[in-house]
Design a protein around this ligand. Sequence first.
Ligand code: SIN
Ligand code: CO
Length: 382
Amino acid sequence: MLTLHLADFTLEHFMEHYWQQKPVVIRQGFQHFEDLISPNDLAGLACEEEVESRLVYKKDGEWQAENGPFETYKRFGKEGWTLVVQAVNHWSPEVAELVKPFAFIPKWRLDDVMISYATPGGGVGPHIDLYDVFICQGSGKRHWRVGDKGEHRQFAAHAALLHVDPFQPIIDTELLPGDILYIPPGFPHEGVALEESMSFSVGFRAKSNSDLLSGLADYVIDKELGKTLISDPKRPIHQHQGHINPSDFAMIRAHLQAVLDNDTLMADFAGSYFSKTKCGLDLQALDDDALSAEEVTEQLLDQPLIRTGGLRCFYLDETVAQGVCYIDGERFEFGAASKAAVIALCDHDELSHDELATGMENPAFASQLTEWVNVGFWYFRD
Ligand code: SIN
Ligand code: CO
């Protein structure tokens, strides 16, 4: 089990003074840290169609980027390139462990664990990210420079690489295995491998207003909600036909506001929206060995049920009293008696028999959980 070790400050101090505010190096945040996946296995993952990967290098001084899957890496030589693989926590249970030490931030803010393997001199170039990231150094050493937030011109160094102009560093350091560099959104940064090196980036993404509004629009259309028409009986005589007057404007705004003020609708939207995965899950369906609800209960007495890496599960106070949870973009309702089991399901990556006991007494919950086990959302190690 990986434990985050903060030598210079407490977690409360980190959240109060650094999170979303300024970058910081956490020396030996993971003591005795070892790669959670080998460079070879990472390179193998990037050969798979379902896995999102990219290779970045320079050719004749010009930045190049190629998207995976890759068949071979021979043509890239021994220096100056980086392989970046997204959402490795979805494909490797060992890598999914890296999310656990960051449980002080809720999962709805989590994006994924991105891993990069770089040969000496390799890097993806100076850039700005829209997310918070904890870059955990694995094997090898990397030189990192981080600039201050501010006006930085961005430009396409390659069609697929948005870079930033040179910047003055406020952090200029070498990361050794186990060191962590935290960078909030908006701070330009660049890492260059000093030797063959692996880095594990736990990213937290925040949605923009337009992301949320477009998600909400999709949601209400999909669920055929929000069909109430603007209605204006007993309207006074209008003086200027081209004028949307203040009371009409207030009515238009209130009509939209009514959607935002609908607690259940908004809770169902937020739960569904944030529980959608942005990329595939590595589901091992049981197919011919499908279990029955009784068999799931029995196995639970022997061993915990593990959530597959990257599966997103949430509950909200607005709806959890009815045993509602949101799993992989969908809403499920199991009734008040299953509330404790629903909370355990969403809060914990590993579930014991006791945590699920009240749920398993409810046939609807037991059969749904069994279906989830059979499709691979949750699994038993043995
Ligand atoms: C990398 O790990 O090579 C890039 C990570 C980043 O700068 O976001
Ligand atoms: Co970055």
